[in-house]
Design a protein around this ligand. Sequence first.
Ligand code: 13P
Ligand code: SF4
Length: 327
Amino acid sequence: MNRLPVPTDEELRQTLSATMMPHDLDQALPLIHEINELKKEKNAVILGHNYMTPDVYHGVSDYVGDSLGLARLSAETEADIILFNGVHFMAETAKVLNPQRKVLIADLEAGCSLAESITRKDVQELKKKFPGVPVVTYVNCSAEVKAETDICCTSANALNVIESLPDDTIIFLPDAYLAKNMQKQTSKRLIAWEKGKCMVHELYSGDDVRDMRRQFPDLVVISHPECDTDVTEASDFAGSTSQMEDFIRNSEQQNIMLLTECSMGDNLRHKFPDRHFISTCHTCPHMKKITLSKVRDALLKEQFEIHLSDEIIEKARKSVERMIAIG
Ligand code: 13P
Ligand code: SF4
């Protein structure tokens, strides 16, 4: 992943005018300048998830990507401060992988319905119920849950991680729909956590896809595997947020329907101006807690720092590093 250059005002106006009102853009530009100056002053790196709003994504990010790509980057960076513009479990993963750095998140309330669906105790109880069965957890969970895990995965590498294990039965947590999608692709038995759903992707149905296909017969449909199998099976492609982008880059299709978080479509519209994106998006209220003014305050006041105990870092790091080694 290459470091993004600091955009000029002209570039920002061109990019952001498609998704921002002129008045909002005038207010955003000075904040973007201030953040980019603070970054230099404090030797900070800003990592931006693909679901950040265009002002945060294009204006102040040094690197953008999916949760796997950003986790890899956070392990490698030598910056004094990592400001993670994404949700809490992503910032925790950065701390686990690079505990010497000061890791910040602009709003501690930026959570995730999947991460909130399961606790460390729940995993301990599952392990007692299924002794000897390995635990794979999707990175969308707390560091405490990762500490109880044999190996983590993201939606970009879940199948590789499952297939890398010698066992025939695997406890796969906490996303019930990702588990269902993976069960369709593996002969191993996956024991899922039925309470775990992404509050954004669970809103889609296969009928959304079929209705749109009737209106636009040449539509190419791309979904996230946090959607139910009814949706992913009606799609042409399902993958992580960066895999969605790669799929578009490698295809010639003009009419694209994205079944994922709203800002993904806004950010891709800028990257692929010749394509036509059909939007039926839903917003993640957690991702949307990260705003430019909170990002500025986070750098200025060096808040809100992620703190984890040595025990959790040590245990969680094993499961995340094992995943990263698989690729
Ligand atoms: P990605 O790993 O695809 O970026 O997804 C993270 C996420 O939270 C999607 O809802
Ligand atoms: Fe969690 Fe879903 Fe939001 Fe991603 S989109 S952070 S999985 S609630």
